[in-house]
Design a protein around this ligand. Structure first.
Ligand code: TXA
Ligand code: MG
Length: 317
């Protein structure tokens, strides 16, 4: 069932059910972190291995302090600058955080999402919510309630419809090291934003990210074969005789009217393009092309997070 009622969502969550929730990044598949059976349902609906830990979503700072043994000055700076918002901080976990949430690690991933409906829901609940993206393992994350309904409608009790996700790409995941902020997953909060808003040093170590649980090489993938390229004119020539759909940032190429093309932002705004990426990929994936060709984003700002996703979506198993 899909609806807009946070009280209905809360009742299902209190009863140990899984509910899909909107966030500013993508839709999440949520359960009470303290109810092990409910959390197990998330893993089984997602078909995700138990070795891949979940992000805990909170509505208040009090809840954060309950989840961690140490909230450093650096963590405070990050929270003050970006919460509620699309930044996930890895923290030393408190004893009460169940092992099933953290895959038995000694850290817990926490974020306060910036979505009015979900924040209101979190504030009436007696517990935080564990929530991975509401897609099947390795598939594209949903950015509309209708996509959750199509993918998981039979398996979740309630889908809280909060409209289209404003960011359209997952949160940035960071941990704190002696050298500053280390980005484990690029996302809606960029390196540039972290530096500008907190003055902290930022490093991004791809090797560390891939070595981490859940940071699989293949991810975010459509079923249709995906090619990512900076050379759209070259692709138009190379794939002339194939049934191809193009995903381009703006109206910069001469694409014949007979060729299917989706434009992500008429004005070439990268944030807007990122917001429309998953929804467009999801729609094209349903239309049965031989191939989807996506334009590589410029490698700065949000473009870095998008390219990380596109690269993983295009990887073969
Ligand atoms: O925007 C988002 O972050 C969305 C929305 C729903 O909040 N959630 C999301 O969750 O993308 P998920 O499960 O699809 O990705 C979470 C990632 C996983 O790759 C997991 O391995 C990593 O976070 N993670 C969770 N706990 C961790 C921990 N303690 N240490 C390192 N990585 C962790
Ligand atoms: Mg995910």
């Amino acid at each position: 069932m899909t609806g807009h009622n946070i009280h209905t969502a809360a009742e299902y969550l209190r009863a140990g059910e899984v509910v899909a929730i909107p966030t500013e990044t993508v839709y999440g598949l949520a359960a009470n972190i303290y109810n092990e059976d409910a959390v197990k349902k998330i893993y089984s609906i997602k078909e995700r291995p138990l070795s891949n830990p979940l992000i805990v979503h909170v509505g208040t700072m009090e809840q954060v302090y309950e989840l961690t043994t140490a909230f450093s000055d650096e963590a405070k700076k990050l929270a003050a600058a970006f919460w509620p918002g699309p930044l996930t901080i890895i923290l030393p976990k408190a004893g009460k955080v169940p092992d099933i949430i953290t895959a038995s690690q000694d850290t817990v991933a926490v974020r306060m999402p910036a979505h009015e409906l979900t924040l209101a829901l979190l504030k009436i609940l007696e517990f935080p919510l564990a929530a991975p993206s509401a897609n099947k393992f390795m598939y594209i994350s949903p950015v509309e309630a209708s996509a959750v309904e199509e993918m998981l409608g039979d398996e979740v009790k309630y889908i809280l419809d909060g409209g289209a996700c404003q960011r359209g790409i997952e949160s940035t995941i960071v941990r704190l090291t002696k050298d500053g902020v280390q980005i484990l997953r690029q996302g809606a909060v960029t390196e540039e934003m972290i530096r500008a808003k907190t003055g902290l040093e930022v490093t991004s170590n791809d090797a560390a990210a891939i070595a981490h649980p859940g940071m699989h090489k293949k991810h975010y993938s459509p079923r249709t074969r995906l090619v990512v390229t900076g050379d759209i004119p070259g692709a138009l020539k190379a794939f002339e005789n194939k049934n191809v759909a193009y995903l381009v940032i703006a109206d910069t190429f001469d694409i014949p009217a007979t060729v299917k093309a989706k434009m992500l932002s008429a004005s070439g705004n990268l944030e807007e393009a990122a917001q429309h990426l998953y929804g467009s990929l999801y729609e094209l994936d349903k239309e049965g092309y031989d191939l989807i060709v996506a334009e590589k984003f410029p490698d700065h700002g949000i473009g870095r997070a998008v390219n990380e996703r596109l690269q993983k979506a295009a990887a073969s198993l």
